[in-house]
Write a protein that binds this ligand. Sequence first.
Ligand code: 3HC
Length: 309
Amino acid sequence: AYEAKLAAFEARIAAGERIEPGDWMPEAYRKQLIRMISQHAHSEVVGMLPEGEWIGRAPSLRRKLILIAKVQDEAGHGQYLYHAAETLGATREEMTEALLTGRAKYSSVFNYPTLTWADVGMIGWLVDGAAIKNQTMLARCSYGPYSRAMVRICTEETFHHKQGKEMVIRYAQGTPKQRQMAQDALDRWWWPSLMMLGPHDSDSPNTPQLVKWGIKTKTNDEVRQEFIAEHAPELQEAGLVIPDPELRQNPDGTWHHGPIDWDEFWRVVRGDGICNKARLEAKNRAHDEGRWVREALQAYSERGRAQAA
Ligand code: 3HC
């Protein structure tokens, strides 16, 4: 009966086994994974927009090449993740529709503007840094296709992280103008990067079920602590000031930080952030402008089928 199947499923999770697409799984497990993976995929493709705006304005050919490679990587991560969600029965059409109509969530952090070139470096260091902590955790996820996608994505994110850190450190140790740009970028990206890792565990309705079934192997606050523990000392070493006067390390090694503005977080998640509207308009425009490609592919595959018949 159902109870026996659920018990067998939970025993597999407890034994550290990977659940694969054809395996039996509770409907709630499937739904949780479609929710998380599709939102993760949306985050990757929307995440291309803020930094993509700087490809035409990169200060050197080298920086332009690095940025093009990074944005292309993110498009690929989106494809992996949409495919991983499809293994659970979600369709590309449904997921695309949910994103374009504003119904689907994607990472709040991408609703902030990239005002100067230093933002591109800070996104690489902080946003990709937070993503690496989150995705390294998800690489141990109990669902096979998701955990395997994470292994590949994490290696590419490491390059994103290194290039951002290298750029920001150069600016922080550069001219006064460059240092001011790096500090201004830190002032605007520090808190959104903390929020990106999700609400506090006490306000995280999905975490208990996700941890129980091995989808999340660490909680939001645990991943946030890992992010702060790595990035706070390195940002300070680079001579930058973290915009949180309360930030300090506790005697037990954990980090104390000031209160996070969750009102801002929920406002942005609900669609009322600085760039939410612009991001959805850009995605809808790209979808419309790409219609001829989808139609051509459809016609080509139908002709191929007709000839094969
Ligand atoms: N932005 C938007 N919505 C968020 C959010 C964020 N930063 N953090 C949480 N939420 C939403 C959740 O989706 C949930 O809403 P829902 O139930 O309608 O989906 C609600 O807030 C409550 O939060 P929970 O903590 O209960 O949600 P989760 O347990 O799912 O934890 C999460 C949130 C840690 C983001 C988790 O969903 C997760 O690990 N997702 C997959 C990884 C991911 O999306 N990483 C960040 C973006 S990828 C990226 O940065 C690209 C890289 O190239 C830079």
